[in-house]
Design a protein around this ligand. Sequence first.
Ligand SMILES: N[C@@H](CCC(=O)N[C@@H](CS)C(=O)NCC(=O)O)C(=O)O
Length: 240
Amino acid sequence: MSANLTFYTNRYCPWASRAHIALQELGLEFKEEFVDLTKPRTEEYLKINPRGLVPALQYKDTILIESGIITQFLADLPGNSKSILPAPTTPEACLFRARLTLFVDTFISKVGSQLYQIMLNSKDEAEKETKIANALEAIKKDIVPMLEIKDAEKPNGPFFGGSEEFTLAEVNCASFLIRIYKLGQEKHGLIPASFVKGLEQIEVFNNWAQACIKRESVSSIFDEEANVARWNEKIAAQKL
Ligand SMILES: N[C@@H](CCC(=O)N[C@@H](CS)C(=O)NCC(=O)O)C(=O)O
Protein backbone atom coordinates (compact mmCIF):
# COMPACT_ATOMS: atom_id res chain seq x y z
CA MET A 1 0.00 0.00 0.00
CA SER A 2 2.97 2.41 0.52
CA ALA A 3 3.12 3.48 -3.13
CA ASN A 4 -0.58 4.31 -2.91
CA LEU A 5 -0.62 6.50 0.19
CA THR A 6 1.22 9.77 0.76
CA PHE A 7 0.41 11.53 4.01
CA TYR A 8 1.00 15.29 4.30
CA THR A 9 1.28 16.20 7.95
CA ASN A 10 2.77 18.17 10.77
CA ARG A 11 3.24 16.32 14.03
CA TYR A 12 2.19 19.31 16.15
CA CYS A 13 -1.28 19.20 14.64
CA PRO A 14 -3.98 17.15 16.44
CA TRP A 15 -6.12 17.03 13.28
CA ALA A 16 -3.26 15.57 11.27
CA SER A 17 -2.54 13.16 14.12
CA ARG A 18 -6.02 11.69 13.73
CA ALA A 19 -5.12 10.51 10.24
CA HIS A 20 -1.69 9.34 11.42
CA ILE A 21 -3.29 7.28 14.20
CA ALA A 22 -5.73 5.72 11.72
CA LEU A 23 -2.89 4.79 9.35
CA GLN A 24 -0.95 3.19 12.20
CA GLU A 25 -3.95 1.40 13.73
CA LEU A 26 -4.82 -0.10 10.36
CA GLY A 27 -1.22 -1.13 9.77
CA LEU A 28 -1.11 0.71 6.43
CA GLU A 29 2.20 1.64 4.89
CA PHE A 30 2.52 5.24 3.80
CA LYS A 31 4.99 7.91 2.86
CA GLU A 32 5.07 10.81 5.33
CA GLU A 33 5.63 14.32 3.97
CA PHE A 34 6.25 17.05 6.53
CA VAL A 35 4.52 20.40 5.92
CA ASP A 36 6.17 23.33 7.69
CA LEU A 37 3.35 25.41 9.17
CA THR A 38 5.69 28.14 10.40
CA LYS A 39 6.13 29.30 6.79
CA PRO A 40 3.67 30.22 4.03
CA ARG A 41 2.58 27.10 2.18
CA THR A 42 4.50 26.34 -0.99
CA GLU A 43 2.81 26.50 -4.41
CA GLU A 44 3.34 22.77 -4.56
CA TYR A 45 1.44 22.14 -1.34
CA LEU A 46 -1.38 24.52 -2.28
CA LYS A 47 -1.95 22.35 -5.33
CA ILE A 48 -2.37 19.39 -2.97
CA ASN A 49 -4.60 21.22 -0.51
CA PRO A 50 -5.77 24.65 -1.71
CA ARG A 51 -6.95 25.35 1.87
CA GLY A 52 -3.31 25.19 2.96
CA LEU A 53 -4.11 22.95 5.92
CA VAL A 54 -2.78 19.64 7.12
CA PRO A 55 -3.62 16.82 6.94
CA ALA A 56 -3.96 15.77 3.33
CA LEU A 57 -3.74 12.24 2.01
CA GLN A 58 -3.00 11.18 -1.51
CA TYR A 59 -4.57 7.83 -2.40
CA LYS A 60 -3.48 6.75 -5.87
CA ASP A 61 -4.36 9.83 -7.99
CA THR A 62 -6.84 11.37 -5.58
CA ILE A 63 -6.21 13.85 -2.78
CA LEU A 64 -8.34 13.70 0.33
CA ILE A 65 -8.49 16.55 2.82
CA GLU A 66 -10.17 17.11 6.22
CA SER A 67 -9.08 14.77 8.99
CA GLY A 68 -12.52 13.30 9.76
CA ILE A 69 -13.07 12.47 6.11
CA ILE A 70 -9.61 10.92 5.80
CA THR A 71 -10.05 8.72 8.88
CA GLN A 72 -13.49 7.60 7.72
CA PHE A 73 -12.11 6.78 4.26
CA LEU A 74 -9.26 4.75 5.75
CA ALA A 75 -11.61 2.93 8.14
CA ASP A 76 -13.92 2.01 5.25
CA LEU A 77 -11.19 0.87 2.82
CA PRO A 78 -11.91 -2.69 1.77
CA GLY A 79 -9.16 -5.17 2.48
CA ASN A 80 -7.97 -3.67 5.75
CA SER A 81 -6.35 -6.28 7.95
CA LYS A 82 -8.34 -5.06 10.96
CA SER A 83 -11.50 -3.13 11.64
CA ILE A 84 -11.91 0.13 13.55
CA LEU A 85 -15.47 0.64 12.30
CA PRO A 86 -18.12 -1.95 11.45
CA ALA A 87 -19.15 -1.94 7.79
CA PRO A 88 -22.73 -0.64 7.32
CA THR A 89 -24.12 -4.06 6.48
CA THR A 90 -26.64 -4.47 9.32
CA PRO A 91 -28.99 -2.01 11.04
CA GLU A 92 -26.99 -2.53 14.27
CA ALA A 93 -23.75 -1.59 12.52
CA CYS A 94 -25.42 1.49 11.01
CA LEU A 95 -26.65 2.52 14.44
CA PHE A 96 -23.19 2.05 15.94
CA ARG A 97 -21.72 4.22 13.21
CA ALA A 98 -24.34 6.91 13.76
CA ARG A 99 -23.76 6.87 17.51
CA LEU A 100 -20.00 7.05 17.00
CA THR A 101 -20.32 10.05 14.67
CA LEU A 102 -22.47 11.90 17.18
CA PHE A 103 -20.00 11.08 19.94
CA VAL A 104 -16.99 12.40 18.02
CA ASP A 105 -18.87 15.50 16.94
CA THR A 106 -19.89 16.24 20.53
CA PHE A 107 -16.40 15.57 21.87
CA ILE A 108 -14.75 17.87 19.33
CA SER A 109 -17.17 20.75 19.74
CA LYS A 110 -17.39 20.64 23.54
CA VAL A 111 -13.91 19.47 24.52
CA GLY A 112 -11.32 19.05 21.75
CA SER A 113 -11.68 22.47 20.20
CA GLN A 114 -11.86 24.06 23.66
CA LEU A 115 -8.20 23.26 24.26
CA TYR A 116 -7.12 25.97 21.81
CA GLN A 117 -9.82 28.35 22.99
CA ILE A 118 -8.47 28.02 26.51
CA MET A 119 -4.79 28.37 25.64
CA LEU A 120 -4.97 31.05 22.95
CA ASN A 121 -8.34 32.81 22.97
CA SER A 122 -8.95 33.70 26.60
CA LYS A 123 -8.46 37.24 27.83
CA ASP A 124 -7.62 36.21 31.40
CA GLU A 125 -7.50 33.32 33.89
CA ALA A 126 -11.17 33.79 34.82
CA GLU A 127 -12.21 33.24 31.20
CA LYS A 128 -10.04 30.12 31.03
CA GLU A 129 -11.69 28.76 34.18
CA THR A 130 -15.17 29.44 32.77
CA LYS A 131 -14.32 27.55 29.58
CA ILE A 132 -12.90 24.65 31.61
CA ALA A 133 -16.02 24.52 33.82
CA ASN A 134 -18.23 24.46 30.69
CA ALA A 135 -16.18 21.66 29.12
CA LEU A 136 -16.31 19.57 32.33
CA GLU A 137 -20.06 20.09 32.57
CA ALA A 138 -20.55 19.02 28.94
CA ILE A 139 -18.47 15.89 29.54
CA LYS A 140 -20.69 14.90 32.47
CA LYS A 141 -23.95 15.78 30.75
CA ASP A 142 -23.36 14.82 27.10
CA ILE A 143 -20.28 12.64 26.76
CA VAL A 144 -20.35 10.25 29.74
CA PRO A 145 -23.87 9.00 28.88
CA MET A 146 -22.66 8.15 25.39
CA LEU A 147 -19.61 6.33 26.80
CA GLU A 148 -21.89 4.34 29.09
CA ILE A 149 -23.81 2.72 26.23
CA LYS A 150 -22.21 -0.71 25.88
CA ASP A 151 -22.40 -3.49 23.35
CA ALA A 152 -24.58 -6.24 24.89
CA GLU A 153 -22.18 -8.94 23.71
CA LYS A 154 -18.86 -7.32 24.63
CA PRO A 155 -19.44 -4.68 27.26
CA ASN A 156 -16.13 -4.71 29.10
CA GLY A 157 -13.55 -3.28 26.75
CA PRO A 158 -12.04 0.15 27.47
CA PHE A 159 -13.09 1.73 24.18
CA PHE A 160 -16.24 3.20 22.65
CA GLY A 161 -19.31 1.02 23.10
CA GLY A 162 -17.39 -1.32 25.42
CA SER A 163 -15.22 -2.38 22.49
CA GLU A 164 -12.02 -4.25 23.25
CA GLU A 165 -10.57 -2.85 20.05
CA PHE A 166 -9.60 0.74 19.34
CA THR A 167 -12.39 2.26 17.22
CA LEU A 168 -12.79 5.24 14.93
CA ALA A 169 -14.10 7.16 17.96
CA GLU A 170 -10.70 6.88 19.66
CA VAL A 171 -8.87 7.54 16.38
CA ASN A 172 -10.68 10.86 16.10
CA CYS A 173 -10.44 11.94 19.74
CA ALA A 174 -7.14 10.59 21.11
CA SER A 175 -4.84 13.29 19.70
CA PHE A 176 -6.85 15.90 21.60
CA LEU A 177 -6.93 13.82 24.77
CA ILE A 178 -3.17 13.37 24.87
CA ARG A 179 -2.68 17.11 24.41
CA ILE A 180 -5.15 17.97 27.16
CA TYR A 181 -3.66 15.56 29.69
CA LYS A 182 0.01 16.11 28.86
CA LEU A 183 0.05 19.85 28.13
CA GLY A 184 -2.45 20.37 30.98
CA GLN A 185 0.03 19.24 33.64
CA GLU A 186 0.59 21.97 36.21
CA LYS A 187 4.37 21.97 35.65
CA HIS A 188 3.94 23.27 32.08
CA GLY A 189 1.81 26.27 33.09
CA LEU A 190 -0.07 26.23 29.76
CA ILE A 191 -3.56 25.26 30.95
CA PRO A 192 -5.05 25.81 34.44
CA ALA A 193 -4.59 22.62 36.50
CA SER A 194 -8.35 22.56 37.18
CA PHE A 195 -8.90 21.00 33.73
CA VAL A 196 -6.96 17.77 34.24
CA LYS A 197 -7.94 17.60 37.94
CA GLY A 198 -11.60 17.89 36.91
CA LEU A 199 -11.23 15.22 34.22
CA GLU A 200 -9.58 12.84 36.67
CA GLN A 201 -12.69 13.02 38.83
CA ILE A 202 -15.01 11.93 36.01
CA GLU A 203 -14.23 8.22 36.25
CA VAL A 204 -15.90 6.93 33.09
CA PHE A 205 -14.33 9.63 30.95
CA ASN A 206 -10.93 9.43 32.61
CA ASN A 207 -10.69 5.64 32.21
CA TRP A 208 -11.52 5.95 28.53
CA ALA A 209 -9.09 8.84 28.04
CA GLN A 210 -6.23 7.02 29.79
CA ALA A 211 -6.76 3.95 27.59
CA CYS A 212 -6.55 6.22 24.53
CA ILE A 213 -3.42 8.05 25.67
CA LYS A 214 -1.55 4.83 26.47
CA ARG A 215 -2.14 3.46 23.00
CA GLU A 216 1.11 3.07 21.03
CA SER A 217 -0.36 4.66 17.88
CA VAL A 218 -1.18 7.76 19.94
CA SER A 219 1.79 8.13 22.29
CA SER A 220 4.43 7.30 19.69
CA ILE A 221 3.65 10.39 17.58
CA PHE A 222 3.33 12.90 20.43
CA ASP A 223 6.48 14.64 21.65
CA GLU A 224 5.52 16.36 24.91
CA GLU A 225 8.57 18.60 25.31
CA ALA A 226 8.49 19.72 21.67
CA ASN A 227 4.77 20.51 21.96
CA VAL A 228 5.28 22.49 25.17
CA ALA A 229 8.03 24.51 23.48
CA ARG A 230 5.86 25.13 20.41
CA TRP A 231 2.92 26.29 22.54
CA ASN A 232 5.11 28.62 24.56
CA GLU A 233 6.32 30.16 21.30
CA LYS A 234 2.75 30.62 20.06
CA ILE A 235 1.62 32.19 23.31
CA ALA A 236 4.67 34.48 23.43
CA ALA A 237 4.06 35.56 19.81
CA GLN A 238 0.50 36.48 20.71
CA LYS A 239 1.71 38.80 23.46
CA LEU A 240 4.00 40.79 21.14
N1 LIG B 1 -10.78 20.92 9.75
C1 LIG B 1 -9.40 20.60 9.45
C2 LIG B 1 -8.52 21.35 10.42
C3 LIG B 1 -7.06 21.19 10.07
C4 LIG B 1 -6.21 22.28 10.70
O1 LIG B 1 -6.74 23.25 11.29
N2 LIG B 1 -4.89 22.16 10.56
C5 LIG B 1 -4.02 23.21 11.03
C6 LIG B 1 -2.87 22.69 11.87
S1 LIG B 1 -3.41 21.96 13.38
C7 LIG B 1 -3.37 23.88 9.85
O2 LIG B 1 -3.03 23.25 8.88
N3 LIG B 1 -3.18 25.21 9.95
C8 LIG B 1 -2.55 25.98 8.95
C9 LIG B 1 -1.59 26.98 9.54
O3 LIG B 1 -1.29 26.89 10.73
O4 LIG B 1 -1.15 27.84 8.78
C10 LIG B 1 -9.20 19.10 9.54
O5 LIG B 1 -9.92 18.47 10.33
O6 LIG B 1 -8.36 18.55 8.82
